[in-house]
Design a protein around this ligand. Structure first.
Ligand SMILES: [Zn+2]
Length: 194
């Protein structure tokens, strides 16, 4: 499936439209049918090599984000032996599955509380398009499909510049941020999220 978000085409303006709100009526945005108008959220990723190429990996789970195709949500309730839940497509209301994205300020608050992330790994931040079934949750949104739409790589991490080159395989803008840690980097990109 060819996605607008995967082509590196011009980004949509940053918006926090909730999935159940009416579609925007400005002429420019009305050109795209509503199902092509993804929710745009923010995320953090870890970068890890996969077949020697740097790839985005979800934090806290071993799930690599494919290049040129959406990451598809899968419920892991069964695998994790959570209390019995009927098999279902992700996300669904009575579960916690789905691909997460959050408003920018929520990610910034979380990093401030946790004091950043463990040292030694390369973490990147960026915007992500969420589509298909998208549910609101206390941490932002849970979606059926997702693809990064813009990546910010803090240069202070070892090998960051080389990794950023590899991340261009995703076909979305990859920008270097000249700072050591993610909290500073978030300050740098804060104006983009305003
Ligand atoms: Zn589930």
């Amino acid at each position: 499936m060819k996605r607008r978000a995967a082509t590196g085409a011009k980004l949509l303006p940053m918006r926090w439209r909730k999935s159940y709100e009416p579609a925007p009526t400005t002429p420019e945005l009305a050109l795209a049918p509503d199902y092509m108008d993804p929710v745009r959220a923010w995320r953090l990723w870890e970068v890890e090599p996969l077949d020697a190429a740097p790839r985005l990996r979800s934090l806290y789970r071993f799930s690599f984000w494919p290049v040129g195709a959406p990451l598809e949500a899968r419920c892991e309730a069964q695998r994790l032996r959570l209390p019995r839940r009927p098999r279902h497509a992700a996300p669904t209301e009575m579960c916690t599955c789905g691909i997460y994205g959050a408003p920018f300020e929520l990610i910034r608050r979380k990093l401030a509380i946790d004091g950043g992330l463990p040292p030694g790994c390369l973490f990147v931040m960026g915007t992500v398009s969420l589509w298909g079934e998208v549910l609101e949750c206390e941490r932002g949104w849970r979606a059926a499909r997702a693809y990064p739409s813009r990546l910010f790589v803090p240069l202070g991490f070892p090998g960051a510049a080389e990794q950023a080159v590899g991340l261009q395989d995703y076909g979305v803008p990859v920008e270097l941020v000249d700072t050591h840690n993610l909290v500073d980097a978030l300050d740098h990109v804060a104006e983009l999220a305003a």
